[in-house]
Design a protein around this ligand. Sequence first.
Ligand code: 13P
Length: 249
Amino acid sequence: MARRKLVAGNWKMNGDRAALAELDAIAAAARAAPGVDVAVAVPATLILSAAERQPELDIGAQDVHAADKGAHTGDISAPLVRDAGGHFTIVGHSERRADHGETSADVRAKAIAAHRGGLRVILCVGETGEERDAGEAEAVVSRQITESLPDGADGGWLTLAYEPVWAIGTGRTPTPDDIAAIHATARATLRGLIGDGADGVRILYGGSVTGDNAAAIFAVPDVDGALVGGASLTAAKFVPIIEAAARAG
Ligand code: 13P
């Protein structure tokens, strides 16, 4: 099944108001690549201004709470993201799992809340370096998907991102064969959970994606795009990845 490529940026805890100017060139690149979906998960402080500045660009959040509102100091809910003009959120990023002890059950609850609040979801999974060295990468990814995928998930609102923890921000990436193996495992796990609907779910690769390696990564079977950290912070680095996705078709 043909799935449109999605190139999503994750600004993490970066991006002040001056950085909003980067979105102008990113939006222009998105317009020039109509076959590719382009999204940027900005810090919560920028969602409103980013969405107002570039209404055509898919702006989102990096996390949401599992509740819609209430006494949760410092957290942000899906309805609040939606109200600010956000259209999607990342959930289950390994930095949230590590820094905040989020479990797959937590991630599942957040994905459900995001969908309930009208947001699309990018749900992240991925093994640590230790788990890869122990030969457990496929089992870990499969288990994370099984434990965090909401019932009734479908590709209309849910995207998976495979982000090996050891590849994030390190300049190291798995080989194309290793990426292909995990994406095939992820697809098979999805099929076991949601049947034929699995074919409509995009599976992104994330971890040290750059303009230099994007074309090779997009050529890997079952890679439907990328979740990009460091190289999404400037248009100069992000646009070549969008262009590589456009060439990959
Ligand atoms: P880098 O692209 O900086 O390795 O980060 C990947 C990532 O964590 C995106 O969510």
